[in-house]
Ligand binder design. Structure first.
Ligand code: PA5
Length: 434
């Protein structure tokens, strides 16, 4: 099976061979720091070897638990925010059919909550799950995140009312820290099954831990294939040469462009199934790089839809943007444009053509037009919508994020800025001690 690949030809004229040579020297130094665990944030680099170090026993436990859940419910709710939410959603939306919850299926319907404080969202969810058999997976590394904790408290009460205090024991699963935090305490007190988030893996790097793997397995996706792809790229992205290691090449080019004033990166895709991958990517890069007054602002667009909105800004606005296209090489479906005798709409020049072919031409045209408009662009080509390729992509982006952040001199593994709103909110809410 071909790997995902990085194409950088549309950076010609923006990134020179000399600049790449210089950045590869800097990459060499950071690579050593990362390998020797001497970089800033070195207590949070457990994700580096996660795919290869994943114990078979843990994979089995996740798969067995997922099997039980699938038998035991019509609705599975994954509760979490940020890194405790986006990876699983990105994977499920990438692999499953676009309208999966609308389809009759062996798999439970999967819903997400605990990532906002909207009462309407929660009420609508209650309306959807009424009279359905429900299982909840509450996910929080700290175990104290307000959004997730408050929504969990409300859902816990609902579940206990329906299934009783004892009945919820096999309907609530916690994924949290090994020893600290309120959720760990709660899981122990209430007797919930609990999965551990490794101490040295931060939220946004945790998709390949039980944080992402359990909801993904419940959705009926092969976590073994996902991990296989990630393992492949763990090897590939450990190489030093930019030509052999796409993560380092991507990080190097981003760094060069950033230094030249390209301070916004737009991740553009042409398939709705990539929407949450864009959200996951935004969090990964935004939270990792945006600190100390530095960082590339990550934005995501869904084309061709957004070519009729954001396309104008990208083509003609301030020239501080570069773009990364996420391309799916081969769609699962083949839908051809029909031939109409009257040809009133003038579309017969497309008859017999695959919709996927037209979409691909839209990508080629957009990449070319944006390049002509002085927006250098890269493309990441995903051969197919498979768990294996997504595993490669997850690892590729994680490694590139670490390298990018370290190249610009920040600690990519913390998120001190997130505390600012929390402090103010706790004060406004009257939290004791705030
Ligand atoms: O990347 C991160 O660390 C954050 O985005 C967290 O995942 C997010 O804030 C949720 O934290 P927690 O899992 O502690 O509830």
């Amino acid at each position: 099976m071909p790997d995902i690949k990085l194409i950088s030809k549309n950076c010609k004229g923006f990134v020179s061979a000399e600049e790449l040579k210089a950045v590869s020297k800097a990459i060499k130094l950071v690579h050593k720091e990362l390998k020797d665990k001497k970089c800033p944030g070195n207590d949070y680099i457990g994700w580096l070897n996660l795919p290869s170090a994943m114990p078979d026993k843990l994979v089995e436990d996740i798969e067995d638990t997922a099997k039980r859940i699938r038998k035991n419910c019509d609705v599975f709710i994954s509760l979490g925010i940020g890194g405790s939410y986006l990876g699983a959603r990105a994977c499920i939306e990438f692999i499953k059919p676009n309208f999966a919850n609308e389809l009759k299926s062996e798999s439970p319907k999967v819903y997400f909550s605990g990532h906002n404080l909207s009462s309407d969202y929660l009420q609508d969810l209650f309306n959807v799950i009424k009279k359905k058999k429900v299982v909840i997976n509450v996910i929080s590394k700290s175990g104290t995140t307000t959004e997730t904790a408050v929504v969990f408290r409300i859902l816990k009460q609902y579940m206990e009312k329906i299934y009783g205090k004892n009945g919820v024991k096999d309907r609530i699963i916690a994924t949290t820290d090994s020893s600290s935090g309120a959720l760990r305490k709660l899981a122990e007190t209430e007797g919930y099954k609990a999965f551990i988030i490794p101490d040295d893996v931060g939220g946004r790097f945790s998709v390949l831990t039980p944080v992402g793997l359990l909801p993904i397995a419940v959705a009926g996706i092969s976590i073994k294939e996902l991990l296989k792809g990630a393992r492949d790229f763990e090897k590939k992205c450990a190489m030093l040469s930019l030509d052999a290691n796409p993560a380092y090449k991507y990080a190097g080019i981003r760094h060069i462009l950033y230094k030249k004033g390209k301070v916004i990166e737009v991740l553009s895709s042409f398939h709705p199934s990539l929407r949450y991958l864009g959200e996951w990517w935004k969090q990964l890069f935004g939270e990792s790089e945006g600190k100390d007054g530095k960082g590339i602002f990550p934005a995501a667009c869904e084309f061709t839809t957004d070519l009729h909105s954001m396309g104008q800004m990208i083509q003609d606005g301030q020239r501080n943007i570069f773009e990364t296209f996420l391309i799916i090489e081969k769609s699962q479906a083949t839908i051809k444009v029909p031939e109409f005798k009257d040809n009133i709409d003038g579309l017969n020049y497309l008859s017999g053509k695959d919709l996927d072919y037209i979409n691909y031409k839209a990508y080629e045209a957009t990449a070319g037009a944006h390049y002509d408009g002085k927006v250098p662009n890269l493309s990441i080509v995903i051969p197919k919508r498979t768990a294996f390729h997504l595993g490669q992509l997850f690892y590729f982006f994680e490694k590139a994020t670490a390298m990018s952040g370290l190249l610009s001199g920040v600690n990519p593994f913390n998120q001190p800025g997130v505390e600012a709103y929390k402090k103010k909110m706790f004060k406004l809410l009257g939290k004791p001690g705030a």
